[in-house]
Design a protein around this ligand. Structure first.
Ligand code: GUN
Length: 287
């Protein structure tokens, strides 16, 4: 079997065009422009790339982008003061603090200082609780993008066996909640799971979110399964730096029914969902 490639880039372009259409109508009919504030502390090169890309996409969708780049030595008090100002600013509908933060800052404290209604990452403890109890919340962008691709490919996910490899607060745990919400039978596997290969081979839907290059080989994939690869890992290969996922793509594509590539799979959907969440936050704020 050769897997169908799930084209996240094309799907994300459709979502972004839809968001841009809504934004244009909001502006024309109500004079409202959604605004997203992105806060970056320090100079982590990967985070700088992500933040630049988020800002560019925000502007391309017709929204206002407010970038706040703070020195790596910024104090917690100064960062919390900025978040307080953004919470109170009616032109800012979404706030994103890029993670990871420098070690001297308490990420939980910082994230929980964001107004939950403006928490477009869905990381605030209120949004985590709302998602876990099936209530209206802000949903984390990467798992939301994965869910949209899965629904688009399968229609209903009800009754499917889903295995999420990785238990992070950003991807693994919210992904599991979303799949449970769509009536999958969900297993969360992680580095201490016994016989991980055997667990993965049970999956109709296999989501890999561990951040370890190509750690899931093709023979861990059930024939015909749908594989969603969240990993974005930079490695040296043949004297060049290349991007690879958490799944051995070549091996898995021979067995899976469908698979997301890296790059061009989950990554573009994450940004599209960030724009969608910002639009949602703006619409909720304006009734
Ligand atoms: N760092 C890696 N992924 C993310 C994300 O989705 N949101 C934020 N804020 N930081 C990240």
């Amino acid at each position: 079997m050769t897997a169908k490639i799930i084209d996240g880039k094309a799907f994300a372009a459709r979502v972004r065009a839809e968001v841009a259409g809504h934004v244009a109508r909001l502006k024309a009919d109500h004079g409202i422009t959604p605004g997203l504030a992105v806060v970056l502390v320090g100079e982590d090169p990967a985070s700088e790339v992500y933040v630049r890309s988020k800002g560019k996409s925000t502007v391309e969708a017709g929204m206002n982008s407010y970038e706040h780049k703070l020195d790596a030595a910024t104090s917690e008090a100064d960062l919390l003061a900025l978040i307080g100002k953004l919470n109170a600013d009616p032109a800012v509908h979404g706030i994103l603090v890029q993670l990871p933060l420098p070690k001297h800052l308490d990420s939980d404290l910082v994230i929980n200082a964001i107004d939950p209604a403006k928490d477009v990452d869905g990381f605030h403890i209120s949004n985590v609780g709302l998602l876990g109890t099936g209530q209206k919340s802000m949903v984390p962008c990467t798992p939301l993008g994965c869910l949209m691709m899965l629904r688009d490919h399968h229609g209903s996910l009800a009754g499917m066996d889903a295995v999420v490899v990785g238990r992070s607060n950003i991807v693994g745990k919210p992904m599991a909640q979303l799949l449970l919400g769509d009536s999958c039978t969900v297993t969360i596997a992680h580095s201490r799971t016994k016989d991980l290969g055997e667990v993965c081979r049970r999956a109709d839907i296999l989501v890999a979110a561990v951040g370890r290059p190509e750690m899931i080989p093709g023979d861990w994939v059930k024939p015909g399964a749908t594989v969603i690869d969240v990993g974005i890992n930079r490695i040296e290969r043949g004297g060049k730096t290349v991007l690879v996922g958490d799944v051995d793509f070549a091996g898995a594509a021979k067995v899976a029914g469908a698979i997301t590539p890296v790059p061009g799979g989950v990554g573009p959907m994450t940004i599209a969902c960030l724009l969608a969440n910002t639009l949602t936050a703006c619409c909720r704020a304006n009734g």
